[in-house]
Design a protein around this ligand. Structure first.
Ligand code: NAD
Ligand code: 022
Ligand code: ZN
Length: 375
């Protein structure tokens, strides 16, 4: 069949909207009509050419929602008409990682996904004889796409596509980091560095978990109102305080008789390795946990004094909020439908596929929290 798609033809060039060829689903695969897709930072990272693993030409996009239009042989968990969210972290429930219960990083299709290919080693996308690569196993910047069955979460059909697409990455990553990775308890203190599309979801995850003190840190004062909107209790702009942010935050979080200070949980949502260090060191001696969510540029390294860890702080990282997609994503959709979490105000811009490059411009300018393309 033919489908309209935004094709990343080469690094550093705008996406080109065109008709491409799409082969039908093979065994274990599903054809999905994408109804809406968010534009997220890794799409931009790959398109810019900064991603050493980026492949071209490719169809980017990994934050979508849509409807099943056809299933390949052997597909049992999905049928035509089901509403789905693509998963860049699949859940096969059979590989050693899935069976371990210790990680969400399913390995079933990892090798081919990283090569921009379907599990059988081929691509479903082409223009004439020229192959186009898939991206993060999703390629949601195409009106129709093919995914493995294990990379699709079946969700409540009453949920609006133009909102729940955000659950395909940002919402689940932020809320999941709080609930799954940090396992924040009621009454906890927390610091969130970077109040963008991820940090704001960490904040609403902390509110959901019942955290007492939710401190947001951002260089941009416009983010104060955004943070407060989702449950932030204190805001700090590092540019507006005297001296180092770490002692400032430690002082701000002093509680109890010993007056040691430091937050129970801190989250890096910037991707800046200097901030990752600040986040670790602003966590509480003896038990503070610091969660790295931000993805740093290729080749970057983090550092701290071993003393920070010897005295009981824990440095952790999280991919897709530690969520097991087929199990957890439908629950998060239900939380949204039940009003337990908010999404609508964070979707600041809605675009057509023809205007998708404007979404990248808005992200560059820091003007959007999330831009969503509606097909
Ligand atoms: P964003 O650009 O919307 O937000 C980043 C925020 O950080 C901005 O508000 C910016 O002003 C602020 N900031 C920048 N430098 C800062 C500093 N030194 N101190 C304090 N604040 C600072 O980005 P986003 O969409 O929220 O994504 C954040 C990061 O999360 C990115 O690196 C992204 O790739 C990553 N991410 C990771 C996962 C995962 O599974 N681990 C999933 C999605 C996104
Ligand atoms: C999503 N991300 C950033 C913004 N939006 C993002 C990027 C990378 C990861 C997670 C989220 C990530 C963390 C760890 C891994 N990835 C490796 C997982 C593994 O090796 O099993 C990651 C993922 C997918 C891809 C590359 C890296 C890919 O499909 N190309 C989950
Ligand atoms: Zn993303």
């Amino acid at each position: 069949m033919k489908t309209r798609a935004a094709v990343a033809v080469a690094a550093g060039k705008p996406l080109e909207i065109m008709e491409v060829d799409l082969d039908g689903p093979r065994e274990g695969e599903v054809l999905v009509e994408v109804k809406a897709t968010g534009i997220c930072h890794t799409d931009e990272f790959t398109l810019s050419g900064a991603d050493p693993e980026g492949l071209f030409p490719a169809i980017l996009g990994h934050e979508g929602a849509g409807v099943v239009v056809d299933v390949g042989k052997g597909v049992t968990s999905l049928k035509k008409g089901d509403h789905v969210i693509p998963l860049y972290t699949p859940e096969c429930r059979q590989c050693p990682s899935c069976l371990s219960r210790k990680t969400n990083l399913c390995t079933a299709i990892r090798a081919t996904q990283g090569q921009g290919l379907m599990p059988d080693g081929s691509s479903r996308f082409s223009i004439g004889k020229d192959k186009i690569f898939h991206y993060m196993g999703c390629s949601t910047f195409s009106n129709f796409t093919v995914l493995p069955e294990i990379a699709l979460a079946k969700v409540n059909p009453a949920a609006p596509f133009d909102k729940i697409c955000y659950i395909g990455c940002g919402v689940t990553t932020g809320i999941g980091a709080v609930i799954n990775t940090a396992q924040v308890e009621e009454g906890a203190t927390a610091v969130v560095f970077g109040l963008g599309g991820i940090g704001l979801n960490v904040i609403q995850g902390l509110r959901l978990a019942g955290a007492d003190m939710i401190i947001g840190v951002d260089l941009n004062n416009d983010k104060k109102a955004w943070g407060e909107r989702f449950g932030m209790t204190h805001f700090v702009n590092p540019k507006e305080i005297d001296g180092d942010i770490v002692p400032y935050l430690v002082n701000l979080t002093k509680r109890g008789a010993d007056q040691i200070g430091g937050a129970d949980y801190t989250f890096d949502c910037t991707g800046n390795t200097k901030v990752m260090r600040q986040a670790l060191e602003a966590s509480h001696r003896g038990w503070g946990q610091s969660i790295v969510i931000g993805v740093a540029g290729a080749g970057q390294e983090i550092s701290t004094r071993p003393f920070q860890l010897v005295t009981g702080r824990v440095w952790k990282g999280t991919a897709f909020g530690g969520a097991r997609g087929r199990t957890d994503v439908p629950k998060i959709v239900d939380w949204y439908m039940d009003g337990k979490i908010e999404i609508d105000p964070m979707i600041t811009h809605t675009l057509t596929l023809d205007d998708i490059n404007k979404g990248f411009d808005l992200m560059h300018a820091g003007e959007s929290i999330r831009s969503v393309v509606v097909y």
